[in-house]
Design a protein around this ligand. Structure first.
Ligand code: CUA
Length: 334
């Protein structure tokens, strides 16, 4: 059984993810372009239908050949050429403006099967970013903050996403903020985001990438700069762990640390998502479950039921008490 899909109409993100309700500069431009095309298309339709009605009903008698030729030259050649050329110039102008380099944050996002690896490393030089993508273990050490399935952005600033995928092609799309862009193995694509409204938005994968393609969502939290800084500082701190916690001990004893990292503990795996502050995320399993003890327990017991094609093996052979202790401990990693 597939996990409960978080419904955006209720929580955690308000409203449907729609590019027609923009909350970012690029989405606003695209929505304006869409409105212009819609109105222009409607006007052309009315004109063509009007002419057809006129020719068929109002004045069905024969028309002169000269009048017919004039309609074809002006209405069939000159008008479309002007309109399409105007649109092309306008759209090409938008492209340069929206793809201009950002002056703010740089965030690396890698499309995994089937979740989003997110890395904030404010001071990393460009070559370290490449290493971050190719082999996360060799990435910019020390300064980085790793998280998963959650983007946080300061409002009103141009932040740049560097997008990559280690194996299959994904496409990152946050309809409220900007257009979609592919994440392609072997190259780094860039997307500049400039959110204009504070809020929580939903992002999705927009390119079929495998069995759990439709279960690959993420949240985007847009907040004022000070709040964003507080969040980043909180994420940079290692996990606060009670060494005697039975959940923590079971997590280490069962080898979870081979794939997952919890900063501040011996668990240092980089294959799966970083779990240092996993309890503070809005969703678990890339938008499929809530980050509560019940959600963690489901993933530990039967990950493939929550998400077909997931690389994590099932741990349903563990004693129930151990699974519950681990789930409670993970949910408490705020
Ligand atoms: Cu990732 Cu579709």
């Amino acid at each position: 059984m597939v996990g409960v899909m978080l419904d955006c109409a209720t929580s955690p993100c308000r409203g449907l993810p729609s590019s027609l309700v923009p909350a970012g500069t690029e989405a606003e431009r695209v929505a304006t372009l869409f409105d212009g095309l819609l109105i222009g298309g409607a006007l052309v339709w009315v004109l063509v239908i009007g002419l057809a009605v006129y020719a068929a009903r109002v004045n069905p008698a024969g028309h002169s050949e000269r009048a017919a030729r004039r309609i074809i030259v002006w209405g069939g050649i000159a008008l479309p050429t002007l309109v399409l050329a105007g649109l092309l110039v306008h759209a090409l102008g938008l492209l340069g403006e929206l793809r201009a380099p950002a002056d703010g944050l740089r965030i690396a996002v890698s499309g995994e099967r089937f979740w989003w690896r997110v890395r904030y490393a404010p001071d990393a030089p460009m070559q370290d970013w490449q290493a971050t993508f190719i082999d996360p273990a060799d990435g910019a050490q020390g300064t980085g903050v790793d998280t998963a399935n959650a983007l946080h952005l300061p409002v009103g600033e141009r932040s740049e996403l560097l997008l990559y995928s280690p194996d299959v092609i994904h496409s990152l799309w946050i309809p409220a903020l900007a257009g979609k862009i592919d994440m392609i193995p072997g190259r780094v694509n860039r997307l500049v985001l400039e959110p204009t409204r504070v809020g929580t938005y939903r992002g999705v994968c927009a390119e079929f990438c495998g069995a759990a393609h439709a279960l690959m969502a993420f949240t985007v939290t847009v907040s004022p700069r000070a709040e964003f800084e507080r969040w980043l500082a909180g994420q940079a701190r290692p996990a606060s762990v009670d060494a005697a916690d039975p959940g923590y001990r079971a997590f280490l004893a069962n080898g979870c640390g081979a794939c997952h990292r919890v900063r501040g503990t011996p668990a240092d795996g980089r294959v799966g998502p970083d779990l240092t502050h996993v309890g503070s995320r809005l969703t678990l399993g890339a938008g499929t479950l809530a980050t509560d003890a019940a959600g963690f327990a489901r993933v530990i017991r039967a990950p493939a039921h929550v998400k077909p094609g997931i690389r994590m093996p099932a741990y349903d052979m563990l004693p129930d008490a151990e699974i519950r202790a681990m789930a409670a401990w993970l949910a408490g990693l705020k």
